[in-house]
Ligand binder design. Structure first.
Ligand code: ATP
Ligand code: MG
Ligand code: FE
Length: 334
C-alpha cells in the first residue's frame, strides 16, 4: 500500500510518499520561515501565496524521490484541519485535483493525528497509549485504545506550549520561531528565577501557560525599571524548567492512571532538548511503559506523518468525496 501525504496547514508546504504506513519513500518539506520572520509570526495571506507557488514543485519532487507514478499510489491523504483556512485550502484543492485526475481515493485527515502518527514511522504502536502533543497551536494529552481513535484527556486552557515559547522569545528579542532559540539559551543558563507552575485542579490534566508567560514578561519589565540586569540565559532556563516540570509531571501521572503501554511525544515542541531529556529520564525506569520520541525532522510539520495517519484511516475504510473542504476547527475526537 502506497499513500501520498499532503500538508499545508500552516507555513510548511509538504508532500511525502509512505509505504505500508511506516516506510518513508520520500518526505519533502518547503519551509516558509524566512518569509514570515520579519513579521515575527506567520502571516496567513503570505502563507497561502507560498503554498500556491510551491505545492506542484514539492509534489513532483516527492514523487521523483520516491520513484513512483500516480498508478502506484493507493490513496491521497491530506490535512483538512485544523490550521489556517487559506493555507489548508491549497493542500485540500491540490489533493482533490490529483485524486480526480488520476482516480485515486482521497482521505482527509486531522493534523494533530498526523503529529501523533509521526511516532509510527519510528516504531509500531502498542495500545493503550498516551501521547503528549506539544505544538505551536496545541498542548494536549491524547489517550488511544486503538488505531485511529483519539480521546483528549487534557488540553491547554489558554496558550499552547509552542505559542508561549514564541511569545517569551519575542520578549527577549529572539527571532521567530523562538522555541529553538529559547531551548539553546536555556542550556547555557541556570533556572535561578522562580516562576509559577500552573497545576490547576488536582485531578485535571489540563494545562495553562499564559500566567507563566506573563510572569516572564513582568520579571523582565520589573528588572528593567529597577535598573537590574537579568541574564536571558537564566530567564530562558527558568521558563523552560517550569514548562517541562508541568508537562512531564502530568504525563507521568496520566500514564500511570490510564495504565498505558506506551507514551508518545508529538508536535513541534517535541524537538525541545530539555523536554526530550526530562521525559527519557522519567520513563527510563518506569516498568512496562515504553517512550517513543520522533527525530527532530518528524516533530515539526511534515507530510510523512499525514501519510502515516492516512494509511490507517484508509485501511479503516475512510474515504472523502470531492466535496472535501478545509476545516480550521476540525475536532480530533470525531
Ligand atoms: P499545530 O500543529 O498545533 O497546528 P504548528 O503546526 O504551527 O501548530 P508545529 O509546526 O508542530 O506547530 O510546531 C511549531 C512550534 O514548535 C513553534 O511554536 C516552535 O517555536 C516550536 N518549537 C520548535 N522547536 C522547538 C524547540 N527546540 N523548543 C521549543 N519549541 C520548539
Ligand atoms: Mg510550522
Ligand atoms: Fe503542526
Amino acid at each position: 500500500q502506497i499513500i501520498m501525504g499532503i500538508e499545508t496547514s500552516c507555513d510548511e508546504t509538504a508532500v511525502a510518499i509512505v509505504r505500508n504506513g511506516r516506510e518513508i519513500l520520500s518526505n519533502v518539506v518547503a519551509s516558509q520561515i524566512e518569509s514570515h520572520k520579519r513579521f515575527g509570526g506567520v502571516v496567513p495571506e503570505i502563507a497561502s501565496r507560498h503554498h500556491v507557488e510551491e505545492i506542484t514543485i514539492v509534489l513532483e519532487e516527492a514523487m521523483k524521490q520516491a520513484n513512483v507514478t500516480f498508478e502506484d499510489i493507493d490513496a491521497i491523504a491530506v490535512t483538512e484541519g485544523p490550521g489556517l483556512v487559506g493555507a489548508l485550502l491549497i493542500g485540500v484543492n491540490a489533493a482533490k485535483a490529483v485524486a480526480f485526475a488520476h482516480n485515486i481515493p482521497l482521505v482527509g485527515v486531522h493534523h494533530i493525528a498526523g503529529h501523533i502518527y509521526a511516532n509510527r514511522l519510528i516504531e509500531e504502536l502498542e495500545f493503550p497509549l498516551l501521547s503528549l502533543v506539544v505544538s505551536g497551536g496545541h498542548t494536549e494529552l491524547v489517550y488511544m485504545e486503538e488505531h485511529g481513535t483519539f480521546q483528549v484527556i487534557g488540553e491547554t486552557r489558554d496558550d499552547a506550549a509552542g505559542e508561549a515559547y514564541d511569545k517569551v522569545a519575542r520578549t527577549l528579542n529572539l527571532p521567530y520561531p523562538g522555541g529553538p532559540h529559547i531551548d539553546r539559551l536555556a542550556h547555557e543558563g541556570e533556572p535561578t528565577i522562580s516562576l509559577p507552575r500552573a497545576w490547576l485542579e488536582e485531578d485535571s490534566y489540563d494545562f495553562s501557560f499564559s500566567g507563566l508567560k506573563s510572569a516572564v514578561i513582568n520579571t523582565l519589565h520589573n528588572a528593567e525599571q529597577r535598573g537590574e540586569i537579568i541574564e536571558p540565559e537564566n530567564l530562558a532556563a527558568s521558563f523552560q524548567a517550569s514548562v517541562i516540570d508541568v508537562l512531564v509531571t502530568k504525563t507521568v501521572k496520566a500514564a500511570k492512571e490510564y495504565k498505558v503501554k506506551e507514551v508518545l511525544l508529538a508536535g513541534g515542541v517535541a524537538a525541545n532538548k530539555g523536554l526530550r531529556y526530562a521525559l527519557e529520564n522519567r520513563f527510563s525506569d518506569m516498568e512496562g511503559v515504553k517512550l517513543i520520541i520522533p527525530p527532530l525532522s518528524l516533530c515539526t510539520d511534515n507530510a510523512a506523518m499525514i501519510a502515516a495517519i492516512g494509511s490507517i484511516m484508509y485501511e479503516k475504510g475512510k474515504r472523502s468525496t470531492l466535496a472535501l473542504n478545509a476545516n480550521p476547527g476540525l475536532d480530533i475526537e470525531k
